[in-house]
Design a protein around this ligand. Structure first.
Ligand code: ATP
Length: 910
């Protein structure tokens, strides 16, 4: 057994032991001599016998060693015994705390408030728990255990031998021992047995109750004669007019505090006080019972409003630590520990050395703490009280069931496609009345869930979707795909500030264009979806300023983000405020609680974080649902392909004209096959040029959304170069593998990517890096360009989808309208579908990506598609044009050969 007691502490404890024995002997002697204890208080001039004298005089051989052992056991509760479990910890802490208090006392002989008493209290509590928790055969602590048990059994035995005297000695332990308490008949109990009073008695007996009485002390004061109970001490200490007389060990109070003291005591289930003579008929205010706990949320909010800081020596705060419990983060103070021990739901965490309680005890604890002048306990914040309202009334350990919503009004195509966890997300959203932050991990299908939630509130449309500009058309496609009941003409993608802003049922706008939208129009949208809502994280940005009023006026607000806060909690504020504007009155309130806000010479610093567990609990309870890929992996396909429709915006007029001309020419037909293919390649090359800007925008959006590791495949050097330059400009780490990379370098680059902890993008050539590389530390592949050979694409996808991959893999194909992609994409889909049917490709596009029907409304387009098919699929087999030649032709374009003449080239090669 290891005990870390100093010699000084041991000496003081021994002194204390002697003193306790002396007091006990004195009491017994008084009782033996028939001295009226009421008068005994004034006749204490007689020197008290020492403990040893007591041992001789009292002639209680069986009890004396017990008393001695009691103190010894008290002293030697092992501070580090883990076997005793959580309750032992209570003892341990009490012990340590008591020692601290004890040592701090200038005069150990004077039992200052909480000084010796604290030792007794804590150790006694610890003893009871030790008795329950220590293993019977514990070799290290068995002596204490038995000593402790000895105390109890011997006390009882002594009680039996001594009759009333011994039981009273025990009952008055720590309170009014030498005072005017009537040490005569034992207090009758409802169960007919004797009251032992002290917590040193077996728990069963202690629970049976304590009875005492109020006695007039002087004209204006009264005292309370009652056995020791920690809860009572805490109440006494909260009474303003209290005084404690260390000599008599009596508490007395002003008569003006009589009603409040009595009403407090009434709340203790096991304590009864006989009223003060002549005061039997006065009204005692009834306070909520301590047993039932429970608090009405309005009472708590009123309490919060009235709460003020005080000039206390010890300050702490309440913090939510789970759905059912709050913790009081505070230093040691005997009064607050006494208060904690009154709480039936108290729990002491030995690691954190903090006390926690059920939320239903919150009001009781806070009210009592207000009465402790030396202690300030900051309440839980308003949003927590509001969000967990029912938990304060009656704490439940289970989460409330979110009801299954009737989605019969929503397109069955969508509803039947929802994965179980997506259905839960929709239920949560409706339960939260359409205002939420859907924070599922990337790629878990936030789009389909958001569309379903919005469709549930279809009667309230027009609907506005605000999204990064790179995915506006993807949204339009998703609506077409999932809500066949919506006419595609009712979907309005706002591309320029001049476009119609409210004419349609569904309106899709980029963050940047939102700032230019007419405010009178935006305030009409009752249902709003914000995709990548962390784009609003900075309150000072134009995006945020234009979105805030819109979100405040909307009835339903669906925020989507896989990374709501990318670096600090401050980034969450605008999103929380968008969903629940009433939660925090202003940012500073949020900042102080969750951003560890500090006043610096230059102003407030909100960049840190604090109380994050509470913040998470608060968000999950009220506005946010978040599932990680790992949570729902069993419901996900191993590979999910997605078509991202991008517009080849911002292409210069020359490229655009060239694209249009190419398409026109192809629609007209060609004289020879070679001409035909030349035209096709030109179209393909122009497409690359046209897509560059959108591709870069998309990659930057991914980075802004928190994607840290992904692959970007492209074919043209022009595209690869531009992507790399942009990453360099933005200081994003990347690797590049193309035809010019040596095999030795390839391996080193792969290792760099695989083991890099930071953001890292792999920029890869479709033809030069589609095989032989393992890049499984990423789970996202972006195809900036399409390629006519789907086998090559699948191989490229499999750089991440391979052994070592533990997640579901997402593949994004960037498809630009009005370019060669219009023809390449369906062709690729078709071919992959065939591979899928042959069991050669894991997932086929038609099932997992959006429909591409929109591409072929014009018969001319069909002609071009047929041309592509002929050239790249059928003729490929006929060796009319070989792939190497195609690639070479592409390279020629990359090297800025303006026109590629395959006929000429062939001649040269030959
Ligand atoms: N229930 C479903 N049935 C079929 N396909 C689905 C389903 N849920 C999601 N998908 C597909 O999974 C892919 C990823 O979905 P989505 O883009 O909505 O994910 P996300 O959570 O928004 O990801 P990110 O955060 O990266 O934008 C898409 O191709 C989508 O069509």
């Amino acid at each position: 057994m290891s005990v870390c007691l100093t010699e000084e502490q041991k000496r003081r404890i021994e002194e204390n032991r002697q003193k306790a024995l002396a007091r006990r002997a004195e009491r017994l002697a008084e009782q033996k001599n028939g001295i009226n204890p009421n008068t005994a208080a004034v006749s204490h001039t007689k020197p008290r016998p020492t403990g040893d004298e007591y041992l001789q005089n009292a002639q209680l051989p069986s009890c004396a060693p017990a008393a001695s052992k009691e103190v010894t056991a008290t002293t030697y509760i092992p501070p580090n015994t883990e076997a005793a479990g959580a309750n032992l910890t209570t003892a341990k802490t009490g012990f340590t705390a008591a020692n601290r208090e004890y040592t701090a006392s200038n005069n150990p002989r004077t039992p200052v408030e909480g000084g010796y008493t604290a030792i007794d209290t804590n150790v006694t509590a610890g003893r009871a728990d030790l008795t329950r928790n220590l293993p019977q055969d514990s070799s290290t602590s068995s002596s204490n255990f038995h000593a402790t048990r000895g105390v109890c059994s011997r006390s009882e035995k002594a009680g039996a031998e001594l009759g009333n005297s011994a039981s009273n000695a025990s009952r008055f332990y720590g309170l009014g021992t030498t005072s005017g308490m009537k040490a005569t008949a034992p207090t009758p109990r409802t169960d007919g047995r004797e009251t032992m009073g002290s917590e040193a008695i077996p728990a069963k007996k202690a629970a049976a109750g304590i009875k005492g009485r109020c006695v007039r002390h002087s004209e204006k004061r009264f005292c309370v004669e009652v056995g020791y109970k920690a809860e009572l001490i805490a109440i006494f200490k909260g009474i303003p007019s209290k005084t404690y007389d260390p000599a008599t060990r009596m508490w007395s109070f002003g008569l003006e505090d009589y009603p409040s003291l009595m009403s407090e005591v009434q709340r203790l289930p096991n304590v009864t006080l006989k009223p003060l003579e002549g005061m039997e008929d006065i009204d005692i205010p009834t306070l909520p019972s301590t047993a039932s706990g429970g608090a009405n949320v309005n009472t708590l909010l009123t309490m919060l409003n009235n709460w003020q800081r005080k000039n206390a020596t010890l300050k702490g705060k309440c913090v939510l630590v789970s759905r059912s419990r709050f913790e009081v983060d505070i230093g040691y103070h005997v009064e607050i520990i006494g208060l904690f021990k009154q709480m039936s739901s108290r729990n002491y965490d030995m690691k954190t050395r903090k006390w926690s309680f059920l939320l239903e005890d919150y009001q009781k604890l806070m009210e009592a703490s207000l009465r402790l002048p030396q202690v300030e306990v900051e309440p839980l914040p308003r949003p927590v009280i509001q969000a967990f309202a029912s938990q304060f009334e009656k704490t439940s350990l289970n989460r409330p069931e979110v009801p299954d919503v009737d989605l019969s009004a929503v397109d069955s195509k969508l509803v039947s496609s929802l994965m179980p966890f997506q259905r839960d997300g929709v239920n949560f959203a409706i339960f939260r009345e359409g205002r939420l932050l859907l924070a599922d991990d990337m790629g878990l299908g936030k789009t389909i869930q958001a569309i379903c939630i919005a469709a549930y509130y279809r009667k309230e449309w027009p609907l506005l979707v605000v999204a990064p500009s790179s995915v506006r058309f993807t949204w339009a496609e998703a609506f077409c795909r999932w809500l066949p009941s919506v006419n595609s003409n009712s979907i309005n993608v706002i591309v320029t500030g001049r476009d119609s802003q409210s004419a349609s049922l569904i309106n899709i706008v980029s963050f940047d264009l939102l700032t230019k939208m007419d405010k009178t129009i935006t305030s009409n949208f009752q249902v709003v979806i914000i995709d990548e809502s962390h784009f609003l994280k900075n309150v000072k940005t134009a995006r945020c300023k234009s979105a805030t009023p819109l979100l405040q006026s909307a009835k339903r607000v669906i925020l989507l983000s896989g990374t709501p806060a990318m670096s600090r909690p401050a980034e969450l504020y605008t999103q929380i405020d968008a969903v629940r504007p009433s939660f925090f009155s202003r940012f500073h309130v949020f900042g102080v609680r969750y951003c560890d806000a500090k006043l610096m010479p230059w102003g407030w610093d909100y960049t840190k974080s604090s109380n994050l567990t509470e913040l998470k609990l608060l968000l999950e309870e009220s506005i946010m649902i978040r599932r990680l890929k790992s949570d729902v992996l069993s419901q996900l396909p191993a590979k999910q392909r997605k078509m991202v429709v991008i517009t080849a915006e911002g292409i210069n007029a020359k490229t655009k004209a060239a694209l249009v001309a190419s398409a026109k020419q192809m629609a007209q037909g060609f004289k020879s096959k070679v001409q035909e293919k030349e035209a096709l390649l030109l179209f393909y090359n122009r497409t690359a040029e046209a897509k560059i800007r959108c591709v870069i925008e998309y990659i930057l959006d991914l980075l802004e959304s928190g994607r840290e590791k992904f692959l970007v495949f492209a074919h043209h050097r022009l595209v690869l170069d531009n992507v790399c330059e942009e990453l360099e400009r933005k200081n994003v780490a990347f690797i590049r593998i193309d035809g010019a990379t040596s095999s030795a370098d390839r391996q080193a680059l792969c290792q760099k990517f695989q083991f890099s902890d930071k953001t890292c993008v792999a920029v890869l050539s479709i033809t030069a890096a589609n095989m032989g590389l393992t890049l499984s530390s990423a789970d996202l592949v972006v195809f900036a360009e399409l390629f006519w050979n789907p086998g090559v694409l699948i191989q490229a996808e499999d750089r991440v989808h391979r052994i070592g991959q533990t997640s579901s893999v997402n593949i994004h194909y960037l498809v630009a309208k009005g370019t060669a992609d219009d023809y390449l994409w369906p062709m690729i889909q078709e071919k992959i579908k065939i591979l899928g049917q042959a069991g050669l490709s894991e997932a086929n596009f038609s099932e997992t990506t959006e429909s591409t029907d929109f591409l072929y409304k014009d018969p001319k387009q069909k002609t071009i598609y047929d041309l592509f098919q002929r050239s790249f699929l059928e003729d490929e087999a006929a060796n009319d044009i070989d792939e190497a030649l195609l690639l070479e032709a592409c390279e020629a374009f990359d090297q800025e050969i303006p026109e590629v003449n395959l006929c000429k080239k062939r001649k040269i090669d030959n």
